[in-house]
Design a protein around this ligand. Structure first.
Ligand SMILES: Nc1ncnc2c1ncn2[C@@H]1O[C@H](COP(=O)(O)OP(=O)(O)OP(=O)(O)O)[C@@H](O)[C@H]1O
Length: 252
């Protein structure tokens, strides 16, 4: 086994608070969250509707700013970065996969996958193009490169979104209900791909989900309730996760 100089934590938040609205009518979305996301692992973030999952993910990904607390990505404290710096950080260091795929309808598959490079005003290097070729073939998209998103199935569109998100080898991939729009069989194949990206390529992944089956693909499951971390479990079966969720609902 080789020892890595990389720290084992890819992202962290400490004392994270986020509130919305004026003081007299304030909604507290995150109420003091401390969390470390481990490098090279697949972490699921679960919790009831309104528990703060999306808010946490958006702040960790530099899409939103904290009210209080610190946020780190890799070895950098990103808490006080301005909008321009956050835009560059998102473009270069994180990847996103959303429920709604978010592909550009006028671009073909190849151009959608290359988009992060275009937005950074550069072309993929030879090594990056080789990696894109690996992604395209692993994800079964080779015969679809000239197609537009509307010519693809939901599962194929999500695979394009995953290829696009992994193309720049992001330090951390964020996935928000990535299988929410897919039938269960296609959803499972997308989850297996994410799990393989983590185990085979060391990709760090943080995935928000409501679905115990989706979370069962992760190495670790963090549960939020009312803006706080209430459980933190290693890999579990869908049945164990469902039982835990039920127990938490009863206790609430
Ligand atoms: N822009 C906003 N303005 C006001 N309140 C907000 C805003 N965004 C989120 N909230 C509130 O913050 C709380 C946490 O929301 P968040 O979207 O993070 O929850 P969630 O766990 O992702 O929920 P869901 O599973 O339903 O997507 C909720 O009470 C929500 O209403």
């Amino acid at each position: 086994m080789t020892t890595s100089a990389q720290p084992s934590v890819v992202a962290s938040v400490h004392g994270l608070r986020k509130s919305y609205g004026p003081a007299e009518n304030q909604v507290v979305a995150l109420d003091g969250v401390d969390l470390e996301i481990e490098r090279g692992r697949f972490t699921a973030i679960m919790g009831p509707s309104g528990s703060g999952k999306s808010t946490l993910m958006h702040i960790m990904a530099g899409l939103d700013q904290a009210t209080a607390g610190r946020v780190r990505l890799g070895d950098q404290d990103i808490t006080d970065l301005d909008d321009g710096q956050l835009t560059i950080l998102r473009r270069r260091r994180v990847g996103f996969v959303f429920q709604a795929f978010n592909l550009v309808p006028t671009l073909d598959v190849a151009a959608n996958i290359r988009l992060p490079f275009e937005l950074d005003a550069r072309r993929p290097t030879g090594e990056e193009q080789s990696w894109i070729d690996v992604l395209v073939s692993t994800l079964g998209l080779a015969s679809r490169l000239g197609h537009r998103p509307h010519e693809l199935s939901g599962g194929q569109q999500q695979r394009v979104a995953i290829a696009r998100a992994l193309a720049t080898r992001p330090e951390l991939l964020f996935a928000d209900e990535p299988t929410g729009n897919l039938d269960s069989r296609t959803g499972r194949s997308v989850l297996a791909l994410l799990a393989a990206a983590s185990t085979e390529y060391g990709q760090s992944i943080a995935m928000v989900t409501h679905d115990p089956i989706a979370a069962s693909y992760a190495d670790r499951i963090v549960f939020l309730a009312d803006g706080r971390v209430v459980e933190d479990r290693p890999r579990s079966t869908a049945e164990q996760i469902s039982a835990l969720m039920l127990g938490m609902e009863r206790a609430a």
